[in-house]
Write a protein that binds this ligand. Structure first.
Ligand SMILES: [Zn+2]
Length: 393
């Protein structure tokens, strides 16, 4: 554990400013430095190491068996601007230290263990989960516009294609990550077993009214688009609270027209976002929302983004639960409200994710913190899951 702590702090220094914030942003010099340091670190752990053409760093501990199945363990090493120590880096170091432990304790698995430190998981110009999407062959390589943008980061079309990973022998993808929310911390639980990564939908909601003089138009004679939009926002908030099952709803964007103090607004454009693990729950929410909104004002509701939810493999969820029970830790099954590399990896293999608590639920901040005893617990659970996967053969 001391070695892990040391490594985490050492790698966290790359891109760290004097206030403690870490900016290992996609495409930055600090990120390049991080990739090189992680490649060196993987090598020191005794892994066969390389960096692929999309900037993902790989380290493989071979079982020595021909056609052995492959267990992937990974996370990302890029951060948001002024992010924290653990988001991403924890899962990378956890994977490498687990492989090093296999070697140290002379535990031979029948499967290869393949550690991945991905590039560009956080939102960036080439889209979040860039590295894992490159490995899974999910990048829009036929878009001229996308290729132009990629070129500005030094990636050719060939680079993007070459990064595609052979998954013929893939057994699963495992990731240890901080929760990035308050649930575990609030309930004093050490492990979150991720059941799935929520899907996300965004809608453009336009509310119409009639513009008129703000002084001469009496209240009963108005059709005020902003007042109607406000009522619709409150209705949506209430509806989401009633829906339960971790459904969340947010209006984060609002534009008012003509946006002039003495004029009654005639149009409001909003972006409504909902997230949930179940498509049907999102369908039900939107049906009810649309019906109520239409009864309140003249509205137009158009879908603009739809990302499907990802289910973690039940088998892996059960293994993680078994490991938690063996370790006698307090845990809960929970969805992930944030996107992870697992979203992309799930396209070609079963995915399992282990969460550890974030102090006060804070992440994407220099104040991000996870207690060492919780990290240790997460490491033990990951270790146990590897052994359980082995037994299953
Ligand atoms: Zn992350």
């Amino acid at each position: 554990m001391d070695r892990m702590k040391e490594k985490l702090f050492e790698l966290a220094k790359i891109g760290q400013d004097s206030e403690g914030g870490i900016s290992r942003v996609f495409g930055s010099e600090a990120m390049k430095e991080g990739q090189q340091a992680v490649e060196k670190y993987f090598c020191e752990c005794g892994l066969k190491t390389w960096t692929d053409s999309a900037g993902n760093v790989h380290g493989v501990l071979s079982s020595g068996r021909e056609n052995a199945k492959e267990i992937f363990i990974g996370s990302h090493i890029d951060t948001v601007r002024q992010g924290g120590i653990f988001d991403g880096l924890l899962g990378v170091v956890a994977g490498a230290e687990t492989a090093a432990r296999l070697l140290r304790e002379k535990v031979t698995l029948t499967k290869d263990v393949h550690i991945i430190a991905t590039n560009g998981e956080e939102g960036n110009e080439l889209g979040g989960t860039f590295g894992s999407r490159a490995m899974m062959g999910l990048l829009p390589v036929d878009s001229k516009e996308y290729l132009e943008k990629a070129a500005s980061f030094g990636f050719s079309k060939e680079d993007l294609l070459k990064a595609s990973l052979n998954t013929d022998r893939a057994a699963c993808y495992l990731e240890l990550h901080i929760e990035q929310g308050p649930t575990l911390y609030k309930h004093k639980e050490q492990i979150g077993i991720v059941t799935g990564i929520v899907g996300l939908r965004r809608y453009q909601v336009t509310v119409y009214g009639i513009s008129n003089h703000a002084g001469t138009t009496m209240m009963e004679d108005r059709e005020d688009a902003l007042v109607a939009a406000s009522r619709i926002i409150l209705m949506g908030d209430e509806l989401a609270r009633k829906a339960g099952h971790h459904l969340v709803e947010t209006v984060g964007v609002m534009k008012v027209y003509p946006c002039s103090a003495p004029v009654i607004p005639n149009r409001v454009e909003m972006i409504l976002e909902i997230r949930n693990e179940e498509e049907t729950l999102m369908d039900d929410f939107m049906a009810e929302f649309t019906q109520q909104a239409e009864s309140m004002a003249r509205v137009k509701i158009e879908p603009i983004v739809a990302k499907a939810p990802v289910k973690c493999r039940e088998e892996l969820v059960n293994f993680i639960e078994k490991a938690c029970k063996e370790e006698a830790v307090r845990y809960r099954r929970m969805p992930s409200g944030a996107t992870h590399d697992g979203n992309a990896m799930a396209v070609k293999m079963p995915v399992g994710m282990i969460f550890v608590p974030s102090k006060d639920g804070i992440s994407h901040s220099k104040d991000e913190w996870t207690e060492w005893k919780d990290i240790e617990c997460g490491m033990e659970v990951l270790w146990k899951v590897l052994l359980l996967l082995e037994k299953e053969e």
